[in-house]
Design a protein around this ligand. Structure first.
Ligand code: G6P
Length: 609
């Protein structure tokens, strides 16, 4: 979603804004813009498309000012054109916004009737005009901001500059993330800590309905009535290094190949390798695992697929009833919850609006909430009762890869731990599972050696109009994930299906033009998958089968193409079997020439519902 940056201090704001936007560009890249306060005027530059275009604009017509706001946009209202790029301005006010103003239509009609002229199709533009209307009443600036905010419905994080109040920068939060960075002689606002850590590690996290007034020498936070509120200041641990692609062509490729390392890093946090046990220490101290009645897993997108695998593991290893929900459905379904239930929310970013709302609903129902999160200091990690971090490091590619496999690793760890604490698995079984998990990084290295073979298959299939991905058991969600990866970055329609369900619909699609990718580890369902595969073959489908290589005891499946996997235990198979699907999607996208790291219409962090 949109990214916000803002600064007020003693040096030129523009380079700080631009550098900050580079670090936030993963959030949105439809258009970008900045505005600065300079000698009593507010000046802005905006450009359609990637940040590079704004940079060129600023080279051609530079801006200087000691306070400023910047924005990278992910379009919600109005197409991604320059006129809709932020900042949006009225005569004296400039605003950057992340979120959605739900009552913007009524407000716009009201303002139009009063003679206000609009220059964009955005929901955001009502905000500067509302503040302007309040200012016209002659009230002081701070009050005008608050009175305007009181008229807004929806979710928003705002950065606001007001002409005539050059010594101040305003920030407002309701629903969407916004933090303040407290520096020496300068203060900042941003959507997350990454653009701020080069300047300061002192972060102040705003709560909903906070209005912050930043000056170069200090910061005040008030509620919407203007009463001062106190917010905790924390030292950020976020790394200041902006990830580089290094030898890789794309971040996604780099992140796929980082998986052996980050899977090891993630596992290391949770095991005692000498004893062969899982150790979560105090991480889940808030939860009496033996007495947990139900587990409800809630997430979006790729994280939801991880949750679906987690269900199979938790049910089998811990004997606990598990449900899995898409957060945007769960939050409004408001399902009844059982006493003693645990909700597990999974989120790479820790900011996804629907997942956060699901967490809050679960807590309001008395459920304990465990979060599996990649981004430290994110809202979800701050609000959960217990947090288990994936150690994937920054994930820049919009299509999630290493975050997914590390989420699986954490879910596997939770399943083993729950199994032990509930006496559902023996100490020997725990050791066996831990031994399998310890093999994952090395096995993943071997799987990634299939890269060249997968490239060859990608070249053969890149012109297909559609794909079908099939899997059973823990590899059913892997089939869904394979289809999602392909859709996200190559724009080819793909469906993931439970292999056994194929004959209830998708089989009608099969002909010689439809590649059918079958995820078929040699587990107890293998023979069943082979039957499904034969059904597809009988109808002329082009079969790509991912299974154990014949030379390591696997089957020869009479596939058109086979991706020969290393032998591995059933438990860890989904973690390994997703990697060939990531590579297949990656190579097809590169061959088609799409923007792999920033595919059209998608955002890395979805902070609106
Ligand atoms: C977006 C991203 C996906 C991600 C999903 C959930 O759609 O593009 O890669 O899986 O959001 O995000 P989260 O940060 O909550 O895991």
């Amino acid at each position: 979603m949109c990214g916000i940056i803002g600064v007020i201090g003693e040096r030129n704001a523009t380079p700080i804004l631009l550098e900050g936007l580079k670090r936030l560009e993963y959030r949105g890249y439809d258009s970008a813009g900045v505005a600065v306060s300079h000698k009593g005027a507010i000046l802005s530059r905006r450009a359609e498309g990637k940040l590079h275009n704004l940079e060129q604009e600023l080279i051609a017509t530079p801006l200087i000012g000691y306070s400023g706001i910047g924005h990278t946009r992910w379009a919600t209202h109005g197409p991604p054109v320059k006129a809709n790029a932020h900042p949006h301005s009225s005569e004296r006010v400039a605003v950057v916004h992340n979120g959605i103003i739900e009552n913007y239509f009524d407000l716009r009609q009201e303002l139009l009737a009063e003679g206000v002229e609009f220059s964009s199709a955005t929901d955001t533009e009502v905000i500067p005009h509302l503040i302007e209307r309040e200012l016209a009443k002659g009230i002081e600036v701070e009050q005008a901001v608050r009175d305007a905010i009181l008229q807004l419905e929806g979710a928003f994080a705002l950065g606001i500059l007001i002409q005539g109040a050059d010594e101040q920068l305003f920030a407002v939060r309701r629903g969407s993330p916004l933090i303040l960075g407290l520096g020496e002689g300068e203060n900042f606002i941003a959507s997350d800590a990454t653009p701020l850590v080069p300047y300061t590690r002192k972060m102040l996290y705003l709560d909903d309905n906070d209005v912050a007034i930043l000056q170069k020498d200090g910061v005040r936070v008030t509620d919407l009535a203007g009463r001062p509120v106190k917010r905790v200041i924390k030292q950020s641990q976020v790394s200041a290094d902006l990830s580089e692609k290094g030898e890789y062509r794309h971040f996604m490729q780099k992140e796929i190949f980082e998986q052996p390392m980050v899977l090891g890093e993630t596992l290391k946090e949770f095991i005692n390798p000498a004893k062969g046990t899982i150790e979560l220490g105090s991480l889940l101290s808030a939860i009496d695992i033996a007495k947990v009645s139900t587990v409800n897993i809630v997430a979006c997108g790729t994280s939801w697929h991880a949750g679906m695998v987690g269900r199979y593991w938790l049910e089998k290893l811990a004997g606990v009833p598990v449900s899995v929900d898409i957060a945007s459905e769960y939050r409004y379904r408001e399902p009844p919850t059982l006493p003693g239930g645990v909700t597990v929310v999974i989120s790479q970013s820790g900011e996804t609006a629907d997942t956060l709302a699901a967490l809050r609903f679960a807590k309001s129902q008395g459920q304990k909430v465990i979060a599996i999160v990649n981004v430290a200091e994110s809202t979800i990690s701050r609000e959960a009762d217990g947090v288990l971090y994936t150690r994937a490091g920054p994930e820049i590619g919009v299509a999630s890869t290493k975050a997914f496999t590390t989420q699986l690793m954490v879910l596997a760890v939770i399943a083993v731990c729950f199994g032990r604490e509930r006496n559902h698995i023996s100490a020997a079984e725990e050791k066996g599972y831990v031994a399998e998990l310890l093999h994952v990084p090395a096995l993943m290295e071997q799987v990634l050696c299939l890269d060249k073979d997968i490239f060859t298959i990608a070249r053969k299939l890149m012109h297909a109009k559609g794909f079908l991905f099939l899997g059973r058991g823990t590899c059913f969600p892997i089939a869904l994930e394979g289809a999602l990866k392909l859709k996200e970055i190559s724009y080819i329609h793909a469906e993931g299906y439970a292999a056994g369900e194929m004959k209830h619909g998708p089989i009608a699609l099969i002909d010689e033009d439809l590649p059918v990718v079958v995820v078929a580890p040699r587990d107890r369902l293998f023979e069943k998958v082979v039957s499904n595969l034969e059904e597809a073959r009988a109808r002329g489908g082009q079969l790509v089968v991912i299974t154990t290589a014949p030379e390591v005891g696997g089957a020869d499946c009479h596939a058109d193409d086979m991706i020969p996997m290393v032998a591995c235990g059933d438990f860890i198979a989904p973690i390994l079997y997703v990697a060939p699907l990531q590579l297949l999607a990656y190579h097809i996208a590169v061959l088609k020439g799409t923007d792999v790291d920033q595919p059209r219409n998608l955002a890395k962090s979805v902070t609106v519902e």
